[in-house]
Design a protein around this ligand. Structure first.
Ligand code: NDP
Length: 292
């Protein structure tokens, strides 16, 4: 058979995008599997999305990720949304299938898979979510679809928090309620899985942590953080000090990257390689204890 030099293109469109590490792990996965795929990290400004998408069509991209500020704006350009992406109302992954573009959201699914990797089940669980932004929305919806019984959404702005709680109660079998975030807010004692889904503590603000009453975190809870840089933020350190289990944002990042890989290539993702690549990128191995 003649040699084929043509590369399949994938990538991410966003602004800012310079600090987005997804390409490092996707390219490592492509190399590991011997696939002639590339992942391009592309800065696309808000007003340039339409032009970038028409370029993506012209060069026949296999699929791509969207990050800020394009996760909602991309929707009118897609042929179909998966049911979860439609519920969440945002798309972070597009997959090309026979010339049609399908919009998916792998953020929340990646989170659920990161819990499964730790042997944590969501069936019948009480989940407390700190935040109601894009990441929290995807996580809340997917936790509810994965069998969580009750979700408490704690958020600073009432409107966003109430909307998420109402969406979950209306569209999924789970019960959800909203709690306004006041200084030193208490974590409900029935919480089994506590998710820090705000951007507080994200590099270069690694010296900050969410303003909650840390004494209300117990050793019956598992604390999870969406922030992955630093790998083990102050929030997780405080939770571990109270005996809680911990799951880092790297787990979610790797698992959503693995889902993207599977959607674009049809192959099983080399998850271990993807973990190790990001671990090296963020110096996770320098953590004193298990951090993934
Ligand atoms: P959004 O801007 O959509 O939402 C931010 C949320 O944080 C809002 O709920 C906001 O509350 C809340 N918030 C911000 N500052 C504070 C504060 N000082 N105290 C309390 N709440 C605060 O951001 P995203 O949801 O898109 O991203 C959130 C984080 O998730 C980022 O750090 C991002 O890097 C991370 N992320 C990680 C992924 C992973 O794979 N690990 C994937 C996707 C995102 P309010 O509504 O009141 O403004």
């Amino acid at each position: 058979m003649e040699k084929n030099y043509r590369a399949e293109l994938t990538g991410v469109f966003g602004d800012p995008v310079d600090g987005n590490p997804t390409g490092v792990m996707e390219e490592a996965a492509y190399r590991e599997c011997g696939l002639n795929y590339r992942y391009l990290t592309l800065r696309v400004k808000k007003g340039d999305l339409a032009a970038a998408l028409s370029g993506a069509r012209a060069v026949g991209m296999k699929g791509f990720n969207l990050t800020m500020p394009h996760k909602i704006d991309v929707i009118p350009y897609l042929d179909r949304l998966t049911p979860a992406a439609a519920l969440i109302g945002a798309v972070n992954t597009v997959v090309e299938e026979d010339g049609r573009w399908i919009g998916e959201n792998t953020d929340g699914k990646g989170f659920v898979r990161s819990l499964e990797m730790e042997g944590i089940s969501l069936k019948g669980a009480c989940v407390t979510l700190l935040g109601a932004g894009g990441a929290a929305r995807a996580i809340g919806v997917e936790c509810a679809l994965a069998g969580a019984e009750k979700l408490t959404v704690i958020n600073r702005s009432r409107e966003r928090g109430e909307e998420l709680a109402e969406l979950i109660s209306r569209e999924t079998p789970a019960k959800a309620e909203f709690c306004l975030w006041t200084p030193s807010v208490k974590i409900p004692p029935e919480t089994q899985i506590l998710v820090q889904a705000t951007c507080v503590g994200l590099h270069p603000h690694g010296d900050q942590k969410p303003d909650i009453d840390y004494e209300t975190i117990t050793d019956r809870m598992t604390a999870c953080d969406v922030v992955f840089h630093p790998v083990f933020p102050l929030f997780l350190q405080e939770a571990r000090r109270r005996g809680a289990g911990t799951v880092t944002g790297i787990g979610m990042l790797v698992q959503q990257g693995a889902l993207n890989f599977e959607l674009w290539t049809g192959r099983e993702a080399p998850v271990e390689t993807m973990y190790r690549t990001l671990e090296a990128e963020f110096g996770a191995s320098q953590q004193p204890e298990k951090a993934l």
